[in-house]
Design a protein around this ligand. Sequence first.
Ligand code: DGL
Length: 278
Amino acid sequence: MEQNSIGVFDSGVGGLTVLKSLIKTLKNENFIYFGDVARLPYGTKSEQTIKRYGFQDAKFLIEKNVKLIVVACNTVSSVALDYLKTIFNIPIIGVIEPAAEIAVEKTKKSIGVIGTVATIKSGKYLELIKNYAKNRGKTIEIHQQATSLLVPFIEDGWKESKILKDVIIEYFKIDDFINKIDTLVLGCTHYPVIQDLIEDICQNKVFVLNSADAVSIKVKEILEKLHIESKEKNKKQKIEIYVTDVNDTVYYLTNKILSDVLDDNEIHKKIKLVDIPD
Ligand code: DGL
């Protein structure tokens, strides 16, 4: 009998950066990805709306019988994870906790977090980084910066442009942000797409942390702890991708992110358009 899949959702296709790492780490598992492209961005919405959207996204995956959900969206993970856990009766894992834990391990003394307005405003990274630091007896400074303009640039495919570079440099200058930190958390699913550019701007003075790998390791641990990992070895992984809107950006980003793990010819065919009832 085929094992149930792992569900992964995001406000768009940026969360495929998390799916990619999951596919590589959990080779025996099948995955169902849901990207709510039609309603992106979530990061500028109110708490109430983010919770409502998060609920609908999780429900879509639960109706597909997934055994565990990964909330790949930093905004939903910051604002609505606790709420979703009280409603649904399957394991739900967000991206903030694993990233906060690794950031505390890596830093010498000062962590910076960049993300959407909703993520930064929620203070979730602050709270979890402080908790992990306290448990490890480390004294850590935390600096946060909302970087709202980056998602539209990435969505528009302007990832190598000089303007984007200048925008990032301007954000990093605010309150001397970049000079105050030694570790930078990419607190948004889209940012790994421009990780090279960010690293280039940081000139090796700052360790740049992409949380996707941290999340995959956490998911592996939880599957094993709950004895729900797939036992089917050496099989071809089944990957399904559902989105609420399809446009050139969806194809561009999906190809760009998944081309290392999926055959180029398969990627377009996998994207299926769905509607999500309000
Ligand atoms: N997926 C969102 C996040 O990780 C970024 C895009 C959005 O604002 O919806 O925060």
